[in-house]
Design a protein around this ligand. Structure first.
Ligand code: ADP
Ligand code: ASP
Ligand code: MG
Length: 437
C-alpha cells in the first residue's frame, strides 16, 4: 500500500486547538498509511532566530528568548494534555531532554560561524513540535512512530540553504523508512532539517518543511502529498494583501512552479519539481475543513486561469556600468554572473543596455555589499532599494493598469502570459485645502 505524505506548517499548529485539529484530520484518514511532516509551531523559528541573533550581537537578551521558546511549548503541552495526564508526564520528559540539548547547543556554538551555528540550534523547533504531536496522537489513540529525519535527509554543507544529496537520501529512505512501513501505519517527523556527512545539522532554507515533505513523497513514491494550510488552498493572490482573491481549484505543476519561483509564499519554491518528476498529485488544502480538497496541483494542461498576482517585497535594483564608460560586454557579464552566484543573489529580473546592466535581486544587504566590493573599481554600481517585484500571470490590460496604480514603475517586462514589474510604492499625495500659495 502506497503512503500519503501530509505536511502541517507552523500556522496550523500555533496553539493547542491547532494540534487538536490535526488529531481530527488524522481520525478521518484512519485507514491510510501516512507520513506526517511538521514545522516548528507558530512563530517558534523566528523566536529561535532571535536566540541566535542575540548570541551573535552580544545583547544580553538570549535568556529572554530562550524563556519565550520554552513557555510557548510548556503552555501548549499543559493545555493539550490536560485531559491526558498519563501522557503529559511522558511528553514532559521527552521535551525536557530535547530542551537540554537545545540549551547545550546555544552554549557550544557561541562564536562559531553564524550560518553553521544557526543550523545547529534552529532545527530544535521542529524536534519539539514533532515530539509533542507524536505524543498527542498517541494519547488520542492515533498510533504512530516518531522518526528523527536526520537519519534520512542527507545534505551538503551549505548551512541555511542546504542542497539535498539525493542518492544518499534515497538509500536512507530504503534502509530506514521503507522497512518500517508495514509495521507502522503513521510516522511523525520534522521538516526543514537535514544532516551532513560530518554529522552536523543543516536547514533547507526558511519555509523548507514543504520541501522535506516533497523529498519524502518522491523517495517513498507516495500516492499523494497534502499540504494543510490556514487558507482554502492556492488563491489568486495573498489574502493578507488583497481582498478579492479566489481559490484556484486546479493548477498545473508548471503554473505552481512559476508562482512559487516568483515568490508566492504559499509553498516553498523547491517543492513542486520532485513531485512533478514522478507525476504525484499535490493537494494544498484547508486544515480547518478536512473534507475540502482545496487546490489540486497535477499535470493537467491547457487550463484557463484568472489573473494571478505574486508580490515579492524587499527587492533592490542594481544598476551596473563600467567606470570607463565602455560597453558592458560579455566578459563583464560573465564576471557579474559569477559574483551573483557566489553571493547567492537570486536574479529576479534583468536588463542589458549598451552601457549598463541592471538586475533585480532580494535586498540582502550583507550579500549585496560583498558583491559590490568584489566587483571592484572597474564597475560603478547604483542601487535602488525598498522595491517590490510584482508578477502577474494571465494578466489582462485592465488588471495590469489597476496594479500599477500609485506606483512608480522602474522596470516592466511583458511576455504573452506574464508581466513583471519592479516598483516603488508612492505615498498618497492629497492636496492641502488651505495650503500656502
Ligand atoms: P504554514 O505555516 O502552514 O507554512 P505559511 O504562513 O507559511 O503557513 O503560509 C500560508 C500563508 O501563505 C497564508 O496564510 C497566506 O497569507 C499566504 N499566501 C501567500 N500567497 C498565497 C496564495 N497565492 N494563496 C494562498 N495563500 C497565500
Ligand atoms: N520552521 C521553518 C520556518 O519557519 C520551516 C517551515 O516552517 O517550513 O521557516
Ligand atoms: Mg510556511
Amino acid at each position: 500500500m502506497r503512503v500519503k505524505v501530509f505536511k502541517f506548517g507552523g500556522a496550523s499548529i500555533k496553539d493547542a486547538d491547532g494540534f487538536r485539529q490535526v488529531g481530527k484530520i488524522m481520525e478521518t484518514f484512519i485507514e491510510d498509511r501516512i507520513v506526517i511532516v511538521v514545522s516548528a509551531l507558530g512563530k517558534t523559528t523566528n523566536a529561535i532566530e532571535q536566540v541566535v541573533n542575540s548570541m551573535f550581537s552580544g545583547k544580553a537578551d538570549t535568556a529572554k528568548w530562550v524563556g519565550q521558546v520554552k513557555n510557548t511549548h510548556v503552555q501548549i503541552m499543559d493545555d493539550l494534555f490536560a485531559k491526558h495526564p498519563e501522557t503529559l508526564s511522558k511528553v514532559e520528559v521527552a521535551f525536557a531532554q530535547l530542551f537540554e540539548a537545545f540549551t547545550d547547543a546555544i552554549g557550544r556554538f557561541e562564536g562559531a560561524d553564524y550560518d553553521y551555528a544557526y543550523d545547529q540550534i534552529v532545527p530544535y523547533g521542529e524536534l519539539f513540535s514533532s515530539k509533542i504531536l507524536s505524543h498527542y496522537l498517541e494519547a488520542i489513540h492515533v498510533h504512530n512512530t516518531w522518526i528523527d529525519i536526520r537519519q534520512v535527509i542527507s545534505t551538503d554543507m551549505t548551512y541555511r540553504d542546504a542542497r539535498i544529496m539525493w542518492e544518499a537520501t534515497q538509500q536512507q529512505v530504503e534502509s530506514v523508512l521503507k522497512p518500517m512501513i508495514p509495521n507502522c501505519k503513521r510516522m511523525v517527523t520534522q521538516g526543514f532539517v537535514g544532516r551532513t556527512s560530518q554529522n552536523t545539522m543543516t536547514t533547507l532554507g526558511r519555509e523548507g518543511s514543504d520541501y522535506t515533505a516533497a523529498i519524502l513523497t518522491y523517495c517513498l513514491d507516495a500516492e499523494s502529498m497534502h499540504i494543510w494550510k490556514d487558507v482554502p488552498g492556492v488563491l489568486t493572490g495573498d489574502p493578507r494583501v488583497f481582498n478579492d482573491v479566489m481559490l484556484l481549484p486546479r493548477l498545473s505543476y508548471k503554473e505552481a512552479i512559476e508562482m512559487t519561483y516568483y515568490g508566492a509564499k504559499v509553498i516553498h519554491p523547491k517543492t513542486i519539481k520532485p513531485i512533478q518528476n514522478k507525476q504525484i498529485p499535490l493537494y494544498v488544502r484547508p486544515y480547518a475543513d478536512p473534507k475540502s480538497l482545496g487546490t489540486l496541483i497535477s499535470d493537467e494542461k491547457e487550463l484557463t486561469y484568472p489573473p494571478i498576482v505574486v508580490i515579492e517585497p524587499g527587492q533592490a535594483l542594481l544598476h551596473i556600468s563600467t567606470n570607463d564608460f565602455s560597453f558592458v560586454a560579455e566578459h563583464h557579464l560573465s564576471r557579474i554572473f559569477m559574483l551573483l552566484a557566489k553571493y547567492r543573489l537570486k536574479v529576479n529580473m534583468m536588463r542589458n543596455t549598451a552601457i549598463s546592466f541592471s538586475v533585480c535581486v532580494g535586498q540582502i544587504e550583507d550579500r549585496i555589499q560583498g558583491f559590490v566590493e568584489e566587483l571592484g573599481d572597474e564597475f560603478k554600481v547604483v542601487i535602488d532599494r525598498s522595491l517590490e517585484l510584482i508578477t502577474i500571470m494571465h494578466y489582462n490590460n485592465d488588471f495590469l493598469e489597476e496594479m500599477k496604480h500609485n506606483k512608480l514603475i522602474l522596470f516592466e517586462e511583458k511576455l504573452p502570459e506574464i508581466v513583471q514589474l519592479v516598483v516603488r510604492n508612492l505615498p498618497k499625495m492629497t492636496r492641502k485645502e488651505h495650503g500656502d500659495q
